[in-house]
Design a protein around this ligand. Structure first.
Ligand SMILES: [Zn+2]
Ligand SMILES: [Zn+2]
Length: 170
């Protein structure tokens, strides 16, 4: 994620699954939820917070906004988060990437997928349960927690929910 562009082959890019449609507007996300720039031709992620099978928060975030957010977080926290991460092991099936619980065992989970233009990067959909996110959050510095809370407030403003976990998982 250095120059804001990833290289994907044509086979990697497929139609966006219904799961990642914008539920509020009942269409594909067309603009970044933070900077409102068009997502056409850009790399971005879509995150959805699912509670009891319903999306309660969802947003698209372009690479520039992700990089801006990361730059505002404390370097120490980012390093700690990365050190803590288990080596990524892709497992077939529907599991939390940290604890391997399946969806029926979790109440809330944060789902992330990667996109390029109006196409989905195949197999990029991963999710983490809220229990794992909360336990990861404990090691963050105060500065980083405050930044993530600000981000929550900004990104959640269209929604009426108040969340006690960071919706941006990195
Ligand atoms: Zn943006
Ligand atoms: Zn988990």
């Amino acid at each position: 994620m250095t120059d804001g562009h990833f290289n994907f082959s044509d086979e990697d890019l497929i139609e966006i699954p219904n799961f990642f449609r914008c539920t509020l507007k009942n269409e594909q996300f067309k603009t970044c939820s933070m900077c409102e720039n068009s997502l056409e031709n850009s790399n971005y992620i879509i995150e959805k917070l699912i509670q009891n099978n319903e999306p309660i928060v969802e947003f698209a975030l372009c690479t520039k906004c992700i990089e801006g957010l990361m730059a505002s977080l404390s370097k120490e926290s980012i390093k700690k988060m990365r050190d803590q991460d288990d080596p990524f092991l892709y497992m077939e099936g529907n599991h939390c990437i940290s604890c391997q619980k399946n969806e029926s065992e979790t109440k809330r989970s944060i789902h992330v997928g990667m996109f390029l233009g109006f196409q989905y990067v195949a197999d990029s959909h991963i999710w983490t349960c809220s229990t794992c996110i909360k336990s990861k959050q404990k090691i963050l510095s105060k500065k980083t927690r405050e930044k993530l809370e600000d981000f929550n407030r900004d990104i959640l403003s269209p929604f009426s929910s108040d969340l006690d976990i960071p919706v941006f998982s990195f």
